[in-house]
Unconditional design. Structure first.
Length: 296
């Protein structure tokens, strides 16, 4: 009996997730014929057809659907085995790290620079996403760690958390706007609302309601940098977390402190304590101490 090749399972899962042999081949950097041959070999080993074409898509058969979760568990176990077998001070990589768009633009680059200096042999795979999606992928073991906004609820005790930044809410306006009463300005001017489906968006909405401010909402969207661009162009004002890269080197923008008590969002890193690569996550957050004022 021949030993099943783990790469065949990886190709199978890529096809299932992407719905296409061609897309899976691109993601895996393989020829389409190679991926197709690997799938056929896996089907031969298991004695069942695993994939079927449905229109332009490729979907798992009943048998294929049954093994998807087990296949993912198997790949995870193999990665864990390889990490644990490292004969160095840290488990072998790569570290699978999630990051929100704001973290990718702000916090992450200096941390990656320090990581490469300290641990050049351990690579990092970065997956972008929203905080809620990334937290779910950490909890399921699909990611080793993620830099995200702390949710509005307590994290499970199975998770470790390291705070990297506190970002209080601020009023963002054009630099030439005269502001004497910050809440009144938010209620008087056209308002660009930060998406209430995200933690800081709900914080901002709750804060303004608590202060009796009725905003004149013209837009509501996610993406701090996108909102800042609209504010800079004169489309309105907004209440946002004080992300340090808002309008960086843009003289058209000005921040205004909100009256206390003012809520803050916490940006940090989360990982599973039981993960084989938890030591890599701990080593990564330790280098945040080297980031100096950029993370203050």
């Amino acid at each position: 009996m021949r030993v099943m090749d783990i790469r065949f399972i990886q190709s199978f899962l890529a096809v299932v997730e992407l719905g296409s042999i061609a897309e899976a081949a691109r993601q895996l950097d393989l020829a389409q014929t190679t991926v197709a041959q690997q799938i056929r070999a896996l089907e031969s080993d298991l004695g069942s057809q695993l994939l079927v074409r449905s229109g332009r898509m490729v979907k798992p058969t009943v048998a294929g659907t049954r093994i998807v979760d087990r296949a993912r568990d198997l790949l995870r176990d193999v990665r864990d085995l390889r990490s644990a077998a490292s004969d160095t001070g840290l488990p072998a990589g790569p570290l699978r790290l999630g990051a929100t768009p704001t973290a990718l633009m702000g916090l992450l680059p200096p941390l990656l620079r320090h990581w490469m200096e300290e641990h050049p042999s351990i690579s990092i795979f970065i997956e972008p996403g929203t905080s809620s999606v990334l937290l779910g992928r950490v909890m399921s073991g699909e990611l080793d760690a993620a830099i995200l906004v702390h949710p509005a609820f307590e994290l499970p005790k199975t998770c470790a958390w390291r705070l990297l930044r506190e970002e209080p809410l601020i009023l963002l306006t054009q630099s030439g706007m005269h502001v004497e009463d910050v809440p009144a300005t938010a209620g008087r001017e056209p308002f660009i609302r930060y998406d209430r489906n995200v933690v800081a968006g709900r914080m901002a909405d709750d804060y303004l309601r608590a202060h009796g401010v009725r905003t004149k909402v013209h837009f509501e969207l996610d993406g701090i940098e996108h909102i800042a661009s609209l504010v800079a162009e004169g489309f309105g004002v907004s209440v946002l977390p004080d992300w340090p890269f808002i309008g960086q080197q843009d003289p058209r923008l000005r921040r205004w402190r909100l009256p206390e008590p003012c809520p803050s969002r916490g940006v940090g890193m989360v990982w599973l304590r039981s993960s084989v690569r938890s030591q890599l996550a701990e080593a990564f957050v330790q280098i945040s101490n080297l980031g100096g004022s950029q993370l203050a």
